[in-house]
Design a protein around this ligand. Structure first.
Ligand code: ASN
Ligand code: ZN
Length: 354
């Protein structure tokens, strides 16, 4: 055969030493960073440009990276590892066969552009790009939760296709954060302890306030509202009108908060360590004083969100539609009046959904 499925060690930046599915190209006589077991997902090096698809990462001895940026392949190892965990998560949790449920893998392009502190999914090329960070305080954006976040944009595009603006855009972003975090739990990588903080791994000097988003208390960033604003009551100073108009990475906060409370209940995260602001207690984790809310667990919560996303949400679903979709999903999966159904209703109330 022209290509031989292979397995080789990967020496990543953030995930330690991992095992990668790769392939040997008999024609080129070299190993390629392509995973034939997951839809021929490939990893390319953009060479810090932005115009092309980049150059496929290859290796002579099927040993990838060196745990440091001195080998450009190291970041590619993280991207491939994160993609593998994401693929396996969707398969094992939801029996989903790839992003579009058709077995097709995607391309991940690392070293995108210069000093680029972002990563993004592009549904047109069925590919995602990862920047290297700013070269000082932020490292390449290839942690498990970020890769899972970007790939999940592809899943949303293939299902509810939530429009990337206003409330539907916030739900689109929240869906990526929710599954990004759940993929981090699924991977359970010792070097990236799973939690509801997005992207803390990419900061050169970790600290409680170095993160991209915090699902348990979105307003720790000072921008994302914790609670759904009503026409008369703003949330964290944000009116309903401003909420609908704000960047989707902030209006996602209410749904991220909903998901955290649904899964875990009113619990200050165990890894929210000493040295963090003292004001984070049960009463300010919820919006309506219901500190007795108990979680239904991550598995039930993610099944409800996935079912709502893939069966009930549509491109213009807003928060009210998400509440209805998740309630109906809980009924479908666990029955009307079940603990899970009641928890969905109580948890939307706990984030101030009217
Ligand atoms: N990192 C961002 C995201 O995936 C890029 C963007 O603003 N679309 O949400
Ligand atoms: Zn996103």
């Amino acid at each position: 055969p022209n290509v031989i499925p292979s397995i080789g060690p990967g020496f990543s930046l953030f995930a330690g030493n991992v095992t990668l599915n790769t392939q040997f190209n008999n024609t080129r006589r070299i190993y390629e960073l392509i995973d034939p077991t997951r839809g021929n997902t490939s990893i390319t090096d953009m060479g810090n440009g932005y115009r092309t698809g980049g150059t496929l990462m290859v290796d002579a001895d099927n040993r990838w990276g060196n745990n440091a940026l001195s080998d450009r392949v190291s970041a590619g190892v993280d991207a491939m590892y994160g993609f593998q965990k994401t693929w396996d998560f969707y398969k094992n949790k939801f029996n989903r066969n790839g992003i579009r449920n058709n077995g097709q893998g995607a391309n991940g392009a690392v070293h995108y552009f210069l000093n680029y502190t972002n990563a993004f999914w592009n549904d047109d090329c069925f590919c995602m790009s990862f920047g290297d960070g700013n070269g000082t305080t932020v490292r390449p954006l290839v942690s498990i939760d970020i890769v899972g976040h970007e790939v999940s944009h592809g899943v949303t595009a293939a299902t509810a296709n939530l429009t990337y603006a206003s409330e539907s855009g916030g739900l689109n972003e929240a869906t990526s954060d929710i599954f990004g975090a759940m993929i981090e739990y699924y991977a359970n990588n010792a070097k990236q302890p799973p939690n509801y903080v997005i992207g803390e791994q990419i900061f050169t000097t970790p600290a409680w306030n170095k993160f991209i988003r915090t699902m348990f208390k979105p307003n720790l960033d000072g921008l994302s509202p914790d609670c759904y604003p009503s026409a008369t009551t703003p949330s964290n100073g944000i009116s309903l009108g401003n909420f609908k108009a704000m960047d989707v990475h902030y209006s996602s906060g209410v749904a991220n908060h909903f998901f955290y409370l649904l899964a875990e209940g009113v619990v200050v995260p165990a890894d929210y360590a000493a040295g963090t602001p003292a004001n984070l207690g049960p009463s300010n984790l919820v919006c309506n004083g219901n500190t007795g809310l108990t979680g239904i667990g991550r598995d039930a919560a993610m099944q409800i969100w996935y079912h709502a996303l893939t069966v009930y949400m549509t491109s213009n679903s807003d928060y009210a539609a998400a509440r209805a979709a998740t309630a109906q999903a809980a009924i479908d999966l666990y029955g009307a009046g079940s603990t899970q159904h009641n928890a969905v209703i109580d948890t939307w109330a706990a984030v101030s959904m009217p």
